[in-house]
Every structure is written in structure tokens, then in C-alpha cells.
Write a protein that binds this ligand. Sequence first.
Ligand code: NDP
Length: 249
Amino acid sequence: MDKKIALITGGVGGIGTGICKTLVQNGHFVVANYVVPGSETRWQDEMAAAGFNGDCTAIAFGDVTDFEATGAMVRAIEATHGPISILVNCAGITRDATLRKMSPEAWHAVIATNLTSVFNTSKHVIEGMVERGWGRIINISSVNGVKGQFGQTNYSAAKAGVLGFTKSLAYEVIRKGVTVNAVSPGYIDTDMTRAIRDDIREEIVGGIPAGRMGTPEDIANAIAFLASDASSYITGANISVNGGLHMYA
Ligand code: NDP
């Protein structure tokens, strides 16, 4: 397969690391973005343990809520490694509370990290993709962006916004060889879901038809397909990867 440069925001996180591994296995060069200094060390150890070195991986610091900082990161990656052809927007946070208890800070932080970040990164890679006539933008939404969730007005709004963004940008660039799609995970076994209280986790798993939480690889496999040439006629789509938790047309 043709080796492409892939930027994965939040690439050092639970799902992000799985995406990085799978894209490397599919022949790509991955650049994992991170924001908290130190969080890249575990990623580097895990990638090295999987046999992936600097020939196929790199790390890039940058706060994707900051438009200028994101631009500087993209320019630095492209100057060092080459043009970014695959962008996976995976950075995300939760700040759960019922609306009655939610602070404006919790609202703005979640919108900035999960939704504005997608604008910030896409803006800085889209011209290059269009000029080269090939690109893949894959946005991680969530089952809770589709169906809503108690205590997640901020997160559900941001993830639903990601789906709207995906469809609108898809219209704008498909004739230039660039596809824009979303993947909506259900509950995936990462630090984000390990933070859920044990009894609630058990209740959640009990409600998943597959009888288990998903793995980062379950998500990564869908991403790898959307990043490939085989998916060139798929754009503006949202692929659910949720073990049957929520089925919709
Ligand atoms: P993690 O917390 O493991 O990973 C999230 C990543 O986002 C971290 O690597 C973090 O970087 C990064 N990040 C947060 N803020 C910023 C920022 N301002 N700039 C750059 N990077 C940032 O969570 P998951 O792997 O579980 O989640 C990945 C994505 O999947 C998220 O978008 C999440 O909403 C979505 N999702 C997850 C589900 C799940 O069940 N786990 C279900 C549905 C959707 P750092 O480590 O440096 O802080």
C-alpha cells in the first residue's frame, strides 16, 4: 500500500494508540499528537514494544483547541515528514454534569476540545489535500452524539456537531478526491470509560448486545478502511462501532 502521512490528534490516548498501531500496520507513517507533557512517554514505550520505531512513527505536541498552535504543529509536521494525507480527529474530553450543575467552563472546554478542534485541524490540512487531489478526514464522534446521554449536554452537543461538520465538509471536497467521514464508538475500554464507577460500568456492559465493551482495535479497523483507497466512494458517512448498543438507519 502507498505510504501516507497520518496525523492522529489525541493519538497517545487509548483509542488513538490503537488507531496509530493499525495505521502503521497498514503501511502508513503516523504522527501522534498529544497535549499533556509526559503523556507521550507511555505511547512511545507501547509503540516500541509493538515493534514500531521512528521509521513509521513520530510525536507532535500541540493543543488542538488553539487555532494558531494547531497551524504551527501542522506546518512543523509537514516540513519534517511531508504532507498530511490522513487526518484522524480523535482528541476528546468529557466533563459530565447535568445541565443544572454544569459550569460554563465545563461547557466551553468540551466544545473546544471535541468540536472546535476539528475545525482547527481541518482548516490547516484541507488546502493541501485538495491541491494534491487526495485526502481522508476521519472524525471520532460518539454514540452519545447520536442518541444523547444523561449528564452529557456538552459532550453530546459537541459530538453531534462533529457529525454536522463531517457532512458539510464532505459536500465541499468530494470532487477534489477528499473524503470526510465519522466513526461513532459505543463504549470502548479506555481510561475514559475506566473512570466510570464499577457498578455503572457493569450496568452499561449488560446493555450492550455484544456483551462486552469495544476495544481500540475495533475502532481502528473502521478507521483503517476509511483511510484507504477502497473507501473512495464513501463520504459524509457515520460508521457506528458500538456492539449493537444503538442501531439506527
Ligand atoms: P483518552 O482520554 O484516552 O484520549 C483522549 C486524547 O485526547 C488524549 O490523548 C489527550 O491527550 C487528547 N487531548 C485532550 N485534549 C486535547 C487537546 N486540547 N489537544 C490535543 N489533544 C488533546 O480517551 P479515548 O481514547 O477513550 O477517546 C478518544 C476519542 O474517542 C475521544 O474523542 C472520545 O470522545 C471518543 N470516544 C470515546 C469513547 C470511549 O468509550 N472511550 C466512546 C465514544 C467516543 P493527552 O493524553 O496528551 O492529554
